[in-house]
Ligand binder design. Structure first.
Ligand code: DX5
Ligand code: ZN
Length: 226
């Protein structure tokens, strides 16, 4: 039995950008804990998405924390711009960063929360030395770059390992998962130890609307705690 409260982070990558403010408002009303903003540069991942102007616009219409998932090659170059736009936290990848500790310290110096992200093929062990410096860990459950992908089930044992490391080294650190999270996979990741779920298509792509989708996802996530 696990008493951790599961938090939901709707990813706007799956939103209808013509109605972005409305959809984020619906997510806030339905009890979202934060809004997940996926930033892609067409280089670090094979897709492009959005930049700081989206954060700036959202900052004006929501009180929710805006977490910025940087899937870009040189995250350090963009931290100031996103901070000025209103980002509350940054998720930076272990992959491709030769100076991750420096990036983490830069985010902290800006007074923002920082999380480190690992891709599906990256072992949990790389987190060991950086864990004590971060507020959050994100384990990708798909390969980053696109929404609407299938959850990779072989990430589950890694999620269990990361939970163990967090409990030993950094209790209280948020543990997020991202990719293919829906009512079927939510109980699995919560059972394995995650406490923050990113969901794009399962929230903004649901025919019954954002509020119904979030209720369904929350109920499913709570099943994983028993
Ligand atoms: C993928 C992104 C995810 C994406 C998840 O690279 O980091 O945040 O929006 O989308 P779904 O929930 O549709 O898998
Ligand atoms: Zn993401």
């Amino acid at each position: 039995m696990d008493n951790r409260i599961v938090k939901l982070a709707p990813s706007i990558l799956a939103a209808d950008f013509a109605h972005l403010g409305k959809q984020v408002g619906e997510a806030e009303q339905a009890g979202a804990d934060r809004i997940h903003v996926d930033v892609m540069d067409g280089h670090f991942v094979p897709n492009i998405s959005m930049g700081a102007p989206i954060v700036e616009s959202l900052r004006r219409i929501t009180r929710l924390p805006l977490e910025t998932h940087l899937m870009i090659s040189d995250p350090d170059f963009f931290l100031d711009e996103f901070t000025e736009a209103g980002s509350d936290s940054f998720l930076v990848h272990w992959e491709g960063n030769n100076n991750l500790h420096r990036t983490v310290q830069r985010v902290k110096a800006l007074g923002k929360r920082v999380g480190v992200v690992i891709n599906p093929a990256t072992p949990a062990a790389v987190l060991e030395e950086i864990l004590q410096d971060v507020d959050q860990v994100l384990v990708m459950t798909v390969n980053p770059g696109f929404g609407h992908q299938h959850f990779i089930h072989t990430t589950l044992p890694k999620i269990r390992r990361v939970r163990q490391m967090i409990d030993e080294i950094r209790p209280g650190c948020d543990f997020e998962v991202d990719g293919g999270i829906d009512a079927k996979t939510a109980p699995l990741v919560v059972d394995a130890g995650a406490n923050v779920l990113v969901a794009g298509s399962a929230i903004f792509g649901d025919n019954e609307g954002v509020a119904v989708a979030m209720k369904r996802l929350r109920a499913a996530a709570n099943q994983g705690k028993t």
